[in-house]
Ligand binder design. Structure first.
Ligand SMILES: Nc1ncnc2c1ncn2[C@@H]1O[C@H](COP(=O)(O)OC(=O)CCCC[C@@H]2CCSS2)[C@@H](O)[C@H]1O
Length: 365
């Protein structure tokens, strides 16, 4: 067999192993890779029932139909190199870092439940002496304080489903509140908005949590396998040891899937401006001020943004000259983006009043 043949057969063996594993633990902390891995397994498993576990470097993960400028402090994320990523599942926005572990339960559609994944995690926490429960929104909360420790989202299509969720082990809680606090004012949007909650860490080690989460899932999976013949099956310690044997659990790194087209393409898509910002549902921004040092009058800005691009721009001021100057800029078709005003600076010489207005606009975007 030639080298190419050997490579292909090695790759297909790896794929086979991955697609048939019960638990997949990602060794990568790249959020783009991990979300692409999840999408790959979801799309390619014929009859999925598996659990994926992964941790990401600091990132803000918005839901499929959300507005990043409403959900996050985009400016702060950019300057601190925190990725803003639009995921494929619906729901709200969460913050990830190395103190947060994500789980993803893949099943056939007919096995889908809004609670199963979270219940398995609650069981795992119980083993680790953390008393937790599900609230009505299917968040996992601490029993005593009701603080949220895990949020979930779902995707169901083509006969398959996944339920994925977070788990705050030792996350930067200040990061959560600062990165998820938008500074953009006056947005009117039809997109899905997040439900903000009081959050807490469970202060467990990652190794302990991963082990119990994995065992909790494997026990559930095993019980389902044998339930047809013996519904009373209980899992003893010996069985637990068998369940976590090497064949059930596969560790995967980004190198293992380098060159797998689905993974590469999904990573590219998730990284693109067109996906992250361009998929934002239509929104408007309406802001007014009478506080600018350009005379004692009110100015008003009314922008419509479709697919992240300015579709309509209206600026009104009782200073006609200023109004005309601002309206003369070619706003339409520009990306509603931080720094888009800088490109105007390069192309024109604004009056000092216009500069003050442009600065005000840039601070409100
Ligand atoms: N990491 C983390 N875990 C739990 N709760 C969080 C987290 N980050 C933020 N929050 C809180 O949840 C709300 C949003 O709650 P909301 O219910 O609106 O949204 C969610 O929970 C979505 C969870 C998505 C999970 C996926 C799993 C793998 S990829 S992302 C936010 O405003 C904070 O108050």
């Amino acid at each position: 067999m030639d080298l190419r043949g050997r490579l292909i057969s090695k790759t297909s063996k790896q794929w086979f192993k991955l697609l048939h594993a019960k638990v997949i633990i990602s060794k990568s902390v790249d959020p783009y890779f991990n979300l692409a891995l999840e999408d790959f397994l979801y799309s390619n498993s014929k009859s999925p029932r598996s659990l994926i576990l992964y941790t990401n470097t600091p990132s803000v993960i918005i839901g499929r139909n959300q507005n990043p400028w409403v959900e996050a402090n985009v400016r702060k994320c950019r300057s601190n190199l925190v990725n803003i990523i639009r995921r494929k599942s619906g729901g709200g926005t969460v913050f990830h870092d190395l103190g947060n572990v994500n789980y993803s339960l893949l099943t056939n559609r007919n096995e889908f439940s809004h609670t199963k994944g979270a219940e398995l995690i609650v069981k795992a926490l119980e083993k680790l002496n953390v008393e937790a429960e599900l609230n009505q929104r299917h968040d996992i909360v601490l029993k005593d304080t009701k603080q949220k420790i895990s949020g979930s989202a779902y995707k169901i299509s083509k006969g398959k489903s996944y339920h994925h969720g977070t788990m705050l082990l030792n996350s930067d809680l200040k990061g959560i509140s600062s990165y998820l606090r938008s500074t953009t004012k006056g947005i009117i949007s039809k997109g899905v908005t997040s439900t903000r909650s009081d959050v807490a860490n469970v202060n467990l080690s990652q190794v302990d949590f991963l082990r119990e989460a994995m065992l909790s899932f494997l026990q559930y999976d095993d019980a389902r396998h044998v339930s047809g013949t013996n519904p009373d099956t209980s899992i003893d310690d010996q069985k637990t040891a068998d369940l976590s044997s090497r064949d059930n659990v596969v560790f995967v790194d980004s190198n293992d899937l380098a060159g797998v087209p689905h993974v590469m393409q999904t990573m590219q898509e998730l990284k693109s401006w067109n996906w992250t910002f361009g998929q934002t549902p239509f929104f408007k921004q309406l802001i007014t001020t009478n506080n600018l040092p350009i005379g004692n009058h009110q100015i008003e800005l009314d922008i419509s943004i479709r697919h992240g691009i300015i579709e309509n721009f209206n600026f009104t001021s009782s200073n006609d000259r200023l109004q005309q100057e601002i309206m003369n800029y070619p706003w339409k078709g520009m990306a509603y983006e931080l720094g888009f005003i800088n490109s105007f600076m390069l192309n024109s010489v604004p009056s000092s009043e216009a500069l003050i207005v442009l600065d005000w606009i840039s601070k409100n975007i």
